[in-house]
Each structure stands twice: as structure tokens, then as C-alpha cells.
Design a protein around this ligand. Structure first.
Ligand SMILES: *Cc1c(COP(=O)(O)O)cnc(C)c1O
Length: 381
């Protein structure tokens, strides 16, 4: 890239880094679908391209944008958020100790408790919003990774990335942050001291509920990063080029979608706090949220597009309210332009810390009056 380094991330994302196709001069680069490449007559591969499983040119374009957004030395795009996260864990060694949050993305929590242990990884879950609890869980010499998620699913608890990074580094451990719900616009974990950032790019980065993808970004391209890259290439976890293209297209409008979702979530959180049918609103933007002070420090430009409500009349009333929405879509996932509502307990099942009266709201970009009126109607019954 030869552009001014002073252009802001939103400028660079809008133009997908301003890359121009050298052959056609098109402002949208072509999608590179080839799986194999011609060797030079003298048996060399001078471009570095050999085969489609380790790497792909369209995937590299997406990675360059994500690295720019996160202020990272490098980025990797994978076939899903789960493959991104598990690639990090599979780069650990048997016997390594991992600390992860009590409240975190349920699919990953399940994988850690049921599968990671089979690889010999020792897992401790703690309330990572309590920095002293993280410190107490450290096993000197054995703890190699602290996994964080902030704001974390589905209670939106907040972890102080800078404080945990200090503790981790003093113990010789790395910090990786699932920053899916913060997005690179609201929080830059690497600047706060984290070593690796992970995204379910299925969510805000792509933003249109039509691609499953994951991303990792690293502060330094060290030996651990090389191991993660090896996991991706040997297990074939790379994203397909067509999906990588859609992801690039989605990221061009990240800086419009995320502030709209944040503004909508904040407005709904305030209105729902005064709703007779709502016992509690969980949103880090509310001053009464226990993580508000840390969130204010560590998030810029908003507190995210995700919030949860606890329905005063209990579990059955929560499910019934979700059954009455017309505009909100009753669906899992988050981070798209359309608003989604979900009774999280039905998905997470037994063993989850999620209260059964909780409804999770992913706020899209629709008119806030329409969104509130639909929720109000559904909650009144
Ligand atoms: C969705 C999600 C994941 C998993 O990502 P997939 O793309 O569905 O594999 C991980 N973490 C968070 C916070 C998520 O929301």
C-alpha cells in the first residue's frame, strides 16, 4: 500500500484499502478462485502461491482489511468463528493451562469443557470481570493463555482487557479476546495489551447474515501465530474465496452499521429499563451496569448493538413474548442489519449460566420507533 498512513480506519474500510485491479483498473478486485498455480519452468513458485488450502489472494485482501481495523501485524480469515477460536486452542500443547470466562459464547464454552480437555488442555473458567479472580486462577509456568470475551454473551459483562493483559504477561501467558460484539470500531484489544483478537466475522464484520466466517488478528507474527497458521492450513480451515469477497463487501459499510446498532441498542436499553414487563436490562451502556466504568474506558463510540432483558413474569412469559414479535426476527446469531430476538436459554440448555427469563436482542439498523413498538406490543401480551 502506498496511501497516506493518516487515513482513518473507516476511510480505508470503505474503500477496501483502495486496492485497484491492475489488469482491468476496476475499483473492486476480482475474486480469485483458483486452487492451484503454475510452477515456473525452473521448478520455483516465485509468487509464493502453491495451493488453495494454505492461502488465497481474496482471503488475503480480507485479512489486510481486518489487520488494518485491529492495528494488527497480521490477520487470518477462517471458515467460521468457531474454527478461528479452536485454531488458537489447538496451537496450545498438551498440559497447557487455559483460563476462560464463566460467561462466554456458549458453543465455545461447550467445546472447551467437552473437547479441549481431550487434547490435554486444562481449562479453568472464572469470572474474568473480576481481575483478582483471574490472578488467583493463574498457575505459574503452566497457564499459557487467557481467553476473554467482552462484552460477553449473553449477559454483556465487561472484562478489563488492559488489567488482565498485565496479569497474563507477568505470568508469561498470552491474552486472546473474542471481540465479536465489540467490533474493531468500538474496542481495539491489541492496543490495550492483548496478543490476539478473534471475531466471528459472521456477525458485525460481514453484517448481512449471509456468510459464516471467522477472523484472528495478532500483535506480533511470532512462533505461536505460525502454529495457528499451520493449524488452519493443515485442517483446511481457510474461508472460501466467494465468502471472503462477501466479507470484504460487508466490511465496507462497517462504520455505518455499527454506530446505528449502538444508537438503537442504547435507546432501547433506556426505554426498556422503564418498561413494566421488564425486570432488568443488561447493557454496558447503562450507568447501573456493573461493567459500565470499564466499558466507558475501553470502548469508544458506543457500547455495542447487543442487549438482554429479563422478563419480570418469568421463563414462560419470556418465550411467549418472543412468540408475539412481528418485526423482530426470532432467530439465533447477531450483528446483522435486521434485528433478532432470542430466548437464549432454549439454545444454551442445561449447565448454562444464562437465566431462563432472558431474551437476547441483536439490534439492527431499522427505525427505532418500529423496533420499540413491536417489542412493547410483544411484552404487553
Ligand atoms: C457467533 C459467535 C461465535 C461463533 O462464531 P461462528 O461464526 O458462528 O462459528 C463466537 N463468539 C461469539 C461472541 C459469537 O457471537
Amino acid at each position: 500500500m502506498s496511501q497516506s498512513p493518516n487515513w482513518s480506519p473507516r476511510t480505508l474500510a470503505a474503500q477496501a484499502l483502495g486496492h485497484i485491479d491492475p489488469a482491468s483498473r476496476g475499483v473492486v478486485p476480482p475474486i480469485h478462485v483458483t486452487t492451484t498455480f503454475i510452477r515456473d519452468p525452473d521448478n520455483q513458485y516465485r509468487t509464493g502461491n502453491i495451493y488453495g488450502r494454505p492461502d488465497n489472494e481474496t482471503v488475503r485482501e480480507a485479512e489486510a482489511i481486518i489487520a488494518m481495523l485491529e492495528g494488527a501485524a497480521g490477520a487470518m480469515v477462517l471458515g467460521s468463528g468457531m474454527s478461528a477460536a479452536t485454531a488458537v486452542f489447538l496451537a496450545l500443547r498438551p498440559g497447557d493451562h487455559l483460563i476462560a470466562p464463566e460467561v462466554m459464547y456458549w458453543g465455545l464454552r461447550n467445546w472447551l469443557l467437552n473437547e479441549a480437555v481431550a487434547w490435554g488442555i486444562e481449562v479453568t473458567l472464572v469470572d474474568t470481570s473480576d481481575t483478582a479472580a483471574v490472578q488467583a486462577a493463574i498457575r505459574p509456568g503452566q497457564t499459557k493463555l487467557i481467553w476473554l470475551e467482552t462484552p460477553s454473551n449473553p449477559m454483556w459483562s465487561i472484562t478489563d482487557i488492559a488489567a488482565v493483559s498485565k496479569i497474563a504477561h507477568a505470568a508469561g501467558a498470552r491474552v486472546a479476546v473474542d471481540s465479536t460484539c465489540a467490533t474493531p470500531l468500538l474496542t481495539r484489544p491489541l492496543a490495550l495489551g492483548a496478543d490476539i483478537v478473534m471475531h466471528s466475522a459472521t456477525k458485525y464484520l460481514n453484517g448481512h447474515s449471509d456468510v459464516i466466517a471467522g477472523a484472528l488478528a495478532t500483535a506480533v507474527e511470532d512462533e505461536f501465530w505460525t502454529r495457528i497458521r499451520r493449524v488452519r492450513s493443515t485442517l483446511g480451515q481457510i474461508l472460501g474465496p466467494l465468502e471472503a469477497y462477501l466479507l470484504i463487501r460487508g466490511m465496507r459499510t462497517l462504520s455505518l452499521r455499527v454506530p446505528a446498532a449502538c444508537a438503537g441498542a442504547m435507546e432501547l436499553a433506556q426505554r426498556l429499563s422503564n418498561h413494566a414487563a421488564v425486570a432488568e436490562v443488561l447493557y454496558p451502556g447503562l450507568p447501573e451496569h456493573p461493567g459500565h466504568a470499564v466499558a466507558k474506558r475501553q470502548m469508544q463510540g458506543g457500547f455495542g448493538g447487543m442487549l438482554s432483558i429479563r422478563v419480570r413474569a418469568g421463563d414462560a412469559a419470556a418465550i411467549a413474548a418472543a412468540g408475539r414479535v412481528q418485526l423482530w426476527k426470532r432467530a439465533t446469531s447477531l450483528g446483522g442489519v435486521e434485528s433478532l430476538i432470542e430466548h437464549r436459554g432454549s439454545i444454551e440448555g442445561a449447565g448454562s449460566p444464562c437465566p431462563l427469563d432472558l431474551l437476547r436482542l441483536s439490534v439492527g439498523i431499522e427505525d427505532i420507533e418500529d423496533l420499540y413498538a413491536d417489542l412493547d406490543h410483544a411484552l404487553r401480551g
